[in-house]
Design a protein around this ligand. Structure first.
Ligand SMILES: Nc1ncnc2c1ncn2[C@@H]1O[C@H](COP(=O)(O)OP(=O)(O)OP(=O)(O)O)[C@@H](O)[C@H]1O
Ligand SMILES: O=P(O)(O)OC[C@H]1O[C@](O)(CO)[C@@H](O)[C@@H]1O
Ligand SMILES: [Mg+2]
Length: 339
């Protein structure tokens, strides 16, 4: 078989490990031929497709970013599935492996509905995809955020300041919850649980009164009870507002209401760059080898997923039907230690 691979949406540590896993197993076990699609769906509609021989994926499991490039270009407004089929036919491509988040996998599901042979691989640092217990990239993002919060704590303590740390996650609080718990934060604010300014300041004051430098981890999608999400004026190429800015809002509020000197750090894309953690390298490699098995078994319209410690195949529709949010009881477990 001739198989095309693409990576779409935001990049994520572990993308190259997936590509390596697919190509190495596909070459050794099935004798498949591989090509890479450049920059996500852009390459698929603009016919930017390159050979992907075994030698090209050597040593890739520890390399951040994606050797294929990525973008948020939509195939549907650039020729649609008719154009995609035309390009695939031209290159005699039998199947597509789409590595991406909920947007990419939604498009993959639409391709499948239109008769394109496609298998999905779930990536995102946000860990917000249903039907898989974990997405690769999440563990690395949590590790980077945890190390950063640990570092911010010592400077906060030296100056008796409150330190606010804004982390990514889009509309869910997985990164904030895990990095906050790992670093022993005094408050964790996530989109799933609206908290009032009064409650936040009570926790901060309590930690301060105990002689600690209060550490507040806030997910970029958090909103105070009854308030709108903080968005930047910038839009991504898909027209959606970029999140970010809530860390500054929380910082100003704490300083105004408590008088405690407070500083914000927004970690931003540091959480997505650099080498993947060993956990993500293993998960991404397993996803890659399972994806090439799924293609070889013609499990079209499915996605590889982690269920417990096993890799499974689930329908793309199950993976994209709703966001996997943080359950309230998991935040409650952490909140016992706030303040
Ligand atoms: N509902 C949709 N209908 C049509 N195209 C979509 C849809 N959602 C996403 N896309 C397209 O899919 C691609 C990837 O989507 P998106 O930018 O949301 O990234 P993602 O795969 O969800 O990863 P991330 O975790 O970075 O959000 C883009 O090219 C976008 O144009
Ligand atoms: O890279 P961009 O387009 O700024 O997008 C940032 C968004 O992508 C993610 O990093 C991954 O979905 C989110 O956490 C964040 O909101
Ligand atoms: Mg998305």
């Amino acid at each position: 078989m001739k198989i095309a691979l693409l990576t779409a949406g935001g990049d994520c540590p572990g993308l190259n490990a997936v590509i390596r896993g697919v190509v190495l197993k596909g070459d050794r076990i099935y004798d498949h031929e591989f090509v890479g699609v450049k920059d996500g769906f852009r390459g698929l509609v603009e016919d930017d497709i390159v050979p992907l021989p075994r030698q090209r994926v050597r040593g890739l499991s520890k390399v951040g970013g994606t050797i294929l490039g990525t973008s948020r270009v939509s195939p549907l407004t650039n020729g649609g599935t008719a154009r995609v089929k035309e390009v695939m036919d031209k290159h005699e491509i039998d199947a597509l492996i789409a590595i991406g988040g909920e947007g990419t996998l939604t498009v993959a599901r639409m391709f499948h509905d239109d008769g394109i042979n496609v298998v999905g691989v779930p990536k995102t640092i946000d860990n917000d995809l249903s039907a898989t217990d974990r997405t690769f990239g999440f563990d690395t993002a949590v590790s980077v955020a945890t190390e950063s919060i640990d570092r911010l704590r010592t400077t906060g303590e030296a100056h008796s300041r409150c330190m606010v740390v804004e982390v990514m996650g889009r509309h869910v609080g997985w990164i904030a919850l895990h990095a906050g718990m790992a670093s022993g934060a005094h408050v964790i604010l996530i989109p799933e649980v609206p908290v009032s300014p009064e409650q936040l300041c009570e926790w901060v004051q309590h930690a301060h009164d105990r002689g600690r430098a209060p550490t507040v981890v806030v997910a970029e999608g958090f909103t105070f009870a009854g308030q709108a999400q903080v968005e930047s004026d910038q839009r991504d190429s898909f027209g959606r507002p970029l999140l970010g800015g809530v860390g500054d809002q929380v910082t100003r509020l704490i300083e105004e209401r408590t008088g405690i000197e407070t500083r914000n750090t927004t970690l931003g894309h540091l959480q997505r760059g650099g080498v993947p953690s060993s956990y993500d390298r293993v998960l991404a490699t397993r996803f890659g080898t399972a994806a090439v098995d799924a293609v070889s078994n013609k499990l079209w319209g499915t996605m590889v997923a982690l269920q417990g410690i096993d890799i499974a195949n689930v329908n793309l529709s199950d993976a994209t039907s709703h966001l996997k949010t943080v359950p309230r009881d998991q935040w409650d477990e952490a909140a016992i230690l706030f303040g």
